[in-house]
Structure formats: structure tokens, C-alpha cells
Design a protein around this ligand. Structure first.
Ligand SMILES: C[S@@+](CC[C@H](N)C(=O)[O-])C[C@H]1O[C@@H](n2cnc3c(N)ncnc32)[C@H](O)[C@@H]1O
Length: 208
């Protein structure tokens, strides 16, 4: 999917509300928890956090998504002091150790080759702050596009794979299911996705 073109023509492709996992955990987050958004799109999650006073770092390879975020910051009169935007492949973004207390990768890891998604997950695990949260939504091998896809290009998780990767974290939410997508800009026909959603928290002692 060509996100640059998609974002230029549609102001809120993924909706304006923050993602469901972030909504679920939001009350537990403290203002001094820096937030990293990997594959931030048009910024529904990072803007929500910024509006609520959090320090935010957001990464996406689609320039038009980041432009949309900058426009919204201006329109809403939000402070630019607390946000850093990186137009970058998330694989090249160096996640500083112990900097972030919340790392969000909502529907973005599936666009990486599997081996690269696994590498990023290990980096996230190692570098998130102790007591910090990881929020991930991605696709599973039950997805309708799985059979036709190339593992060199796309990541689909096996049953329980994500949970097993985070075996030494506290798993707060974990679900795998099939959802029907009514269609959206870029993929307008109804289709089914196998999805996995997880919130995990880093305990004091881990294997990482
Ligand atoms: C389905 S959208 C989700 C956007 C956002 N997380 C949300 O939920 O609204 C996936 C996003 O991941 C970004 N993306 C895909 N591959 C990427 C990569 N290798 N590095 C950085 N961003 C990437 C796309 O540009 C797109 O904005």
C-alpha cells in the first residue's frame, strides 16, 4: 500500500480516536512516561498523548503522515516542544535504552519482513524502561492475505508467538482473533484479518 498517496487524500485514514489498546491502558500511564510510536501514520495515538501532556517520539516512513501530524499540531495549537518526529524506516531508528516507558507499534510490524520484525521486538524488549508498557497490534497467519504473502516482505505471527516472545514480561492483554474489515481507503473491498493484540509490561527482572 502506498501510504504517502493514501494520507494525502484522506485526513484520518485510521480514524481520529486513539487505538483501543492505548485507550485501555491510558489511565495507568503517568505524565513522565515518554511515548514512542513506531509506524505512527497520521498520528492518532501520538497526538492523543501529546494533547494529554506526554512527551512523544513518532516514527514513520511516510512523509505525508508526518505532514498531517504537523498540520494538526498547528491547528490544535499544541506544543511542539514535547514531540519529535522522524521520517525514517523504523528498522533504522535507534531506540535509546531506558528512554521510553510506552512503546506502541499498532498495525505497523506486519509491513516488515518477519526476521526484521522479530529483531525490532527484541530491541523493544531490551530497551523499554522497567515497568514500561509495550502495545502491539499485528497480523497472524490466520489473516486472509497470509497464504499469498512473501515472508521476505511481510510479517504474520503464529498462534501464541508474540506471547512467547514476551514470556518474561507481564502480559496484561493478549488476544488473537479474526476480524472482518468492511474496507478502507487503499483496500476498499471487505476482507478478513487474523489479528493479535497485546499489552505487556516489563518487570524488574527479565531474560533480556
Ligand atoms: C496501518 S498504518 C497504522 C498507522 C498508525 N499506527 C495507526 O494505527 O493509526 C501502518 C503505518 O506503518 C508505516 N510503516 C510501514 N512500514 C514502515 C517502516 N518500515 N518504517 C516506518 N513506518 C512504516 C506506514 O507508513 C503506515 O503509516
Amino acid at each position: 500500500m502506498e501510504y504517502n498517496t493514501l494520507y494525502k487524500n484522506n485526513p484520518a485514514v485510521w480514524g481520529a480516536e486513539p487505538n483501543k489498546l492505548l485507550q485501555m491502558i491510558f489511565e495507568k500511564l503517568e505524565l513522565e512516561f515518554p511515548f514512542l510510536d513506531l509506524g505512527c501514520g497520521q498520528g492518532r495515538d501520538c497526538l492523543f498523548m501529546l494533547e494529554n501532556g506526554f512527551r512523544v517520539t513518532a516514527v514513520d516512513s511516510a512523509a505525508s503522515g508526518l505532514n498531517s501530524i504537523k498540520n494538526q499540531i498547528l491547528e490544535k495549537g499544541l506544543s511542539i516542544e514535547k514531540i519529535e518526529l522522524f521520517e525514517e524506516d523504523m528498522q533504522d531508528f535507534a531506540i535509546e535504552k531506558e528512554k521510553f516507558s510506552v512503546i506502541n507499534a499498532f498495525n505497523s510490524l506486519q509491513f516488515l519482513p518477519k526476521k526484521d520484525a522479530l529483531k525490532i521486538l527484541e530491541t523493544i524488549k531490551t530497551n523499554v524502561k522497567v515497568n514500561g508498557y509495550i502495545l502491539i497490534a499485528s497480523f497472524t497467519t490466520k489473516d486472509s492475505f497470509f497464504e499469498k504473502s512473501n515472508p521476505e516482505k511481510r510479517c504474520f505471527f503464529e498462534e501464541n508467538e508474540l506471547k512467547n516472545i514476551f514470556h518474561d514480561f507481564e502480559i496484561i492483554i493478549y488476544e488473537e482473533k479474526i476480524v472482518t474489515d468492511a474496507g478502507h481507503p487503499g483496500s476498499p473491498e471487505p476482507h478478513e484479518h487474523g489479528v493479535v493484540r497485546m499489552i505487556a509490561r516489563k518487570p524488574l527482572l527479565t531474560d533480556s
